[in-house]
Design a protein around this ligand. Structure first.
Ligand code: IVH
Length: 709
């Protein structure tokens, strides 16, 4: 490291920034992290250290200076009342002590009281109340703007829609009309297990982990489904809002307030803030301790860590806060985090188990992954019976053998991994397992590409590869085919009903209904699901193709710049690498996919199956430009239940015709589309005398506009 020349250092910094940005997107946007938080923090720290050692290479766009973003274009967004920041992380007591020393120095006094509470491993939400009524729900978004998820927040049974009549008296100040509470939405482990049981019964893939399930649920457009999932919440922050502007009250310019005049805080301390939250009827975590010195701080941290395995929710550490609100204000913020708070991250939970055998799994790209089959063991709230071993190099490096006792941890994803072998427990009976020479599924010879550690099945027609492709196509970020789970896919392949993705569109109702365990209803459900797949947004279709290296974020970028399949097919690696978030490797992967015979055939066959309809391919922008139709340029709100399509689909169609769709009715709204059981939005639209369409009128307009566009 010391001998690196400036060019190399800059290159390393750039690589780390790009890598961290990618993981931020995977975590916040896709809810599909590839690495654990600990691994992520290690990357971030390396970058922080390098940037600290080379201040001349600082960049305000660096992920060390920003918080990650979970913004989702399907939801309207709104500015936050006050930036929604993150917390500085720490991993040992020395770092806690350094934090304390800095606080002491900045405040110029050493008698500081701290609070300690659990750091919930969920998803941040902000809720606003106006005149005692739940008024708005927001996600963190990019920290300054969040996505409006009011309809989903309303479904939380734990969040009151209306507060008790005397709510305003609970505040220490008079005349309070509006406030905001911030907290963490989460899924109880017991509820998570229940949901996954139900999903398995329905033949659906299980949800990856409670945090991802929470993130995905909050971003679901169907609030009935949100209600069914049964999310929970703990609040940890409360402050007053200006009812007119929606901005935080008593806050001057965001930024460092240390030198500025102290604000009159709304609460004396964090304990009082939490007590008022509780009195308002908003859930707060029962574990809240105070500490006046490092020893008792440490005792609380250890205490909480000891409780961790018994909790019905996941926590990934503790949050330490300066208790006094006045001192919090004095300490102020950096661009990313408050100076008055510190996250103390617990080590990943580990478990020891016996590795019975190593089995092989063939993925959709043909990569063969060795998997450890374990004696089932409890780990971080779930039972673990399998762990990924990644590849044979890893098995060799860690010297993992059948019959070993191994330490398993959970990374970012549902699949845990084997951390190390307890060699001291070896009996001599353990057996080494060699890399397979043949594919475990089709018996074709395995291959290893130059410069890759992965071993692959060399057969492009391998049934496991096909099954993986089908699963990917049907997945939530792909075509989200209702009624097509992993088990049905395996059965279709086994019975020869389908050979590849395009064959799905040839399935017939009578053949499906006759399958074991199937009937009229499940057959119709799948056919309807496939029909909807044809109308999926363009970015999801791109994702569904299964182009190597292309996740949903990349697919969105591709969709924005390449509105039609032929434009994608003709793109060059250089041209693609110029797009945001796409580098040369991804660019080349896209070009290779469309140049290869398998990719070309897939596209041709899908087209022939009626999958790529011309009109469906029109990009939003282009449609708006050509959109000389009734919808173009108007602002819509869609409410109630439609019978011909879901609200989601209605939204897509309106947008494709150049209309804008927002979540709430205002004087800027042009048209309300009101399905059955439309509620308050319809009332409001009537008040504002907006144009209101029932479903029949909406369909009529659609037909006319489709004719014109
Ligand atoms: S206080 C300025 N308290 O952790 C941020 N955050 O890494 C103040 N979190 O964005 C946040 N449990 O989503 C606070 N008890 C807790 C928390 C908590 C979880 C989350 C929150 C925050 C993130 C920071």
């Amino acid at each position: 490291m010391q001998n690196q020349n400036p060019q190399d250092i800059l290159a390393t910094i750039r690589r780390l920034r790009a890598e961290i940005d990618r993981h931020n997107d995977l975590y916040y946007k896709d809810s599909a992290p590839e690495i654990s938080d600990v691994e992520f923090d290690a990357l971030l720290r390396r970058l922080q250290d390098l940037e600290a050692a080379h201040p001349e290479l600082a960049d305000e766009a660096s992920p060390t200076a920003r918080v990650g973003s979970d913004s989702d274009e399907r939801f309207p967004s709104a500015p936050h009342s006050d930036p929604m920041l993150s917390l500085q992380n720490s991993y040992d007591l020395a770092e806690v002590e350094a934090f304390h020393q800095r606080v002491v120095k900045d405040l110029g006094r050493s008698d500081v009281t701290y609070t300690v509470e659990p750091k919930m491993d969920g998803v941040a939400v902000a809720v606003r109340y106006l005149d005692g009524k739940l008024h708005m729900g927001l996600t963190r978004g990019d920290g300054s703007q969040g996505d409006v998820i009011t309809a989903n927040v309303v479904t939380f049974t734990e969040i009151p829609a209306r507060l008790a009549a005397d709510w305003a008296q609970l505040f220490p100040l008079d005349g309070v009309r509006a406030f905001e509470a911030r907290g963490e939405a989460y899924l109880k482990l017991s509820r998570f297990a229940q949901l996954n049981e139900e999903r398995l019964e329905e033949g659906l893939d299980p949800l990856a982990n409670p945090r991802n399930a929470t993130a995905g649920t909050l971003k679901t457009l169907d609030s009935q489904e949100v209600a069914r999932r049964g999310l929970s919440v703990f609040f940890y922050q409360l402050f007053l809002l200006d009812p007119e502007t929606g901005k935080r009250l008593g806050r001057q310019e965001a930024g460092n307030l240390f030198d500025g005049p102290a604000q009159e805080p709304d609460f004396a301390d964090h304990q009082q803030e939490m007590a008022v939250l509780r009195q308002l009827g908003l859930p707060v975590n029962p574990f809240l301790r105070t500490a006046g010195d490092l020893d008792s701080l440490n005792a609380h941290l250890r205490n909480l860590e000891a409780m961790r395995p018994d909790l019905d929710y996941q926590i990934d550490g503790a949050v330490i806060k300066v208790d006094s609100r006045l001192w919090q204000e004095r300490l102020g913020f950096t661009a990313k985090a408050p100076r008055w708070g510190l996250a103390f991250k617990f080590a990943a939970e580990e478990a020891v188990s016996l590795l019975h055998t190593i089995t092989l799994q063939v993925g959709r790209t043909g990569v063969i992954t060795p998997v450890a089959e374990l004696e089932p063991v409890q780990l971080a709230g779930t039972t673990v019976a399998r762990a990924t071993l990644h590849n044979w190099e890893e098995i060799g490096r860690k010297d993992i053998r059948q019959g070993d006792h191994v330490v398993v941890v959970k990374g970012g994803d549902i699949i845990p991994k084997v951390l190390r072998v307890l060699t001291e427990q070896r009996t001599g009976q353990e057996q080494q397992v060699l890399p397979p020479e043949r594919c475990p599924v089709c018996d074709h010879a395995t291959v290893q590409k130059e410069g890759e550690v992965a071993l692959r099945c060399g057969n492009p027609l391998c049934p496991a590869v096909t099954a993986g492709r089908l699963r990917h196509f049907a997945s939530r970020n792909g075509c989200d085919v209702d009624g097509l789970g992993g088990r049905s896919i395996d059965m279709f392949l086994e019975l020869g009903l389908v050979q590849d993705v395009p064959d799905l569109f040839q399935l017939r109702a009578d053949a499906l209904a006759a399958l074991p365990g199937w009937g009229e209803r499940s057959a119709q459900r799948l056919l309807a699901g496939l029909d909807q797949a044809r109308r999926r947004p363009w970015q999801n279709k791109i994702f569904a193709l299964g182009i190597p290296q292309v996740g949903i974020t990349t697919a969105r970028t591709l969709a924005r710049h390449h509105p039609q399949i032929h434009s994608l097919e003709e793109a060059t690696a250089e041209g693609l690498a110029e797009l945001e978030d796409i580098g040369p490797i991804v660019g080349q992967a896209v070009v290779d996919f469309f140049a290869g015979s398998a990719g070309r055939r897939l596209v041709e066959d899908l087209k022939a199956a009626g999958f790529f309809l011309e009109q469906e391919e029109l990009p939003r922008e282009d449609a708006a430009a050509v959109g000389d139709n009734w919808f173009a340029g108007k602002k819509f709100v869609i409410t109630g239940t439609l019978s011909e399509m879901t609200r989601d689909e209605a939204k897509e169609r309106v947008i494709r015709l150049g209309g804008k769709v927002t979540g709430s009715v205002s004087k800027n709204t042009d048209v309300l589309i009101a399905g059955e059981k439309a509620g308050s939005k319809l009332d409001k639209a009537r008040q504002l005398e907006l144009t209101i369409l029932d479903e029949a009128a909406f369909l009529e307009h659609l037909r006319t506009a489709d004719g014109e566009a």
